[in-house]
Design a protein around this ligand. Structure first.
Ligand code: SAH
Ligand code: SF4
Length: 349
């Protein structure tokens, strides 16, 4: 019989699996406590489990985690981890320290089919969606490597891939991190960022996590051009879905806006953005474009970014400028490039 991937099972799934093999249901909770809560992975040390059951664990479960094959550290403290996903494929997770936070940015897919014109990941078509254990495993692996006393405080689904194109794995992973016997990680510390898969947005609401939407344009004309998904679900529908999420979750939506030189970065664009979003409970996160080779897009001058931000503030928007972190190790937003840089064979698939 096939072994189950331990890190891919939620507690109810683990219970069902164990009961199906003649084991007691409450063992699931105990295993969550040992494996996630205490990070004890050696069955011999799981002292409240019967000896026979301990011996059986390696036969019942595959405890493997996605392997970290490379690690980079930036001058600003950002760390990037390269995970082997088999068959020469890889994804990245980025750990971003800031004053009182340690944010882990995780990937959900190898490549991405959304084809946003400015995004490096989007240049590579979707190769495959990650499985639950591979999403869960990014957190577990990075967390295991932290200095004693330090812990991940926030998770953002802003790595490679479109999380709402892989919602089964994403929301199961969140449920596993959230399990009270395990990491007990708060749902409100998890943010799911989407390019705008409108029909899936209620899944974010139902999960209890926070929503971020990559808006990146204030008119359908520009958005159609840089984010093809807009042709399917244009701004009006997307913002209505945001309003509904805000209403039901009583939480603000983060609207991400990548500033692209000469395309969406004028003071006039700032005004349009304000009027478009003024009825959405939101904060606007402006992100100056991180340049990468052959993108065809440019990063605006600092003064342009300033004026854009000031205009939004003057109008009364809640706006933050996202600091670019990890640029020297290609770990900044949209710069997750290993598929091309280090693994050229991937592009042949
Ligand atoms: N697929 C999801 C999450 C991953 S992308 C999404 O699109 O929301 C995370 C963020 O990085 C998005 O807001 C995207 O617009 C932004 N981004 C992509 N490429 C970028 C680049 N080169 N510079 C700055 N931000 C970029
Ligand atoms: Fe995919 Fe997000 Fe990049 Fe768009 S911005 S191509 S949705 S990863």
């Amino acid at each position: 019989m096939d072994k189950a991937k331990f890190y891919g099972l939620t507690q109810p799934e683990l219970e069902q699996y164990l009961v199906g093999r003649g084991k007691q249901k409450f063992r699931a909770q105990q295993l969550f406590r040992w494996i996630y809560g205490l990070r004890v992975v050696d069955p011999e040390q799981m002292t409240n489990l019967a000896k026979d059951f301990r011996r059986e664990l390696p036969l019942l479960f595959d405890f493997s985690l996605p392997a970290i094959v490379k690690e980079w550290v930036s001058d600003d403290g950002t760390k990037k981890f390269l995970f082997d996903m088999g068959q020469g494929r890889s994804v990245e997770a980025v750990l971003i320290p800031s004053q009182d936070r340690l944010t882990l940015c995780v990937s959900t897919e190898v490549g991405c089919n959304m084809a946003c014109q400015f995004c490096y990941t989007g240049k590579q078509k979707l190769l495959r969606r990650l499985e639950v254990w591979e999403v869960v495993g990014q957190f577990v692996q990075v967390s295991d490597r932290l200095e004693p006393g330090s812990r991940i405080t926030n998770v953002v689904f802003m790595g490679m891939g479109e999380p709402l194109d892989n919602p089964e794995a994403v929301f199961r992973a969140v449920e596993i991190w959230h399990n009270p016997w395990g990491y007990n990680f708060s749902l409100k510390k998890v943010t799911v960022s989407t390019s705008g898969l409108v029909p899936q947005i209620p899944l974010v609401t139902a999960s209890g996590t926070r929503l971020a939407v990559s808006l990146n344009a204030a008119t359908d004309e520009i958005r159609d051009q840089i984010m093809p998904i807009n042709r399917k679900w244009p701004l009006a529908e997307l913002l209505e879905a945001c309003r509904q999420h805000a209403r039901e979750s009583k939480d603000k939506v983060t609207l991400e806006y990548v500033l692209l030189r000469g395309l969406n970065d004028s003071v006039e664009d700032a005004r349009r953005l304000f009027h478009l979003t003024k009825n959405v409970p939101c904060k606007i996160n402006i992100i100056p474009f991180n340049e990468h080779p052959d993108s065809g897009f440019g990063r605006p001058a600092e003064s342009t970014v300033d004026e854009f931000q000031k205009e939004l503030m003057r109008l009364g928007a809640h706006v933050l400028r996202r600091k670019t972190m990890g640029r020297d190790i290609y770990a900044a937003c949209g710069q997750l490039t290993t598929a091309y840089k280090n693994h050229p064979q991937q592009t042949q698939i």
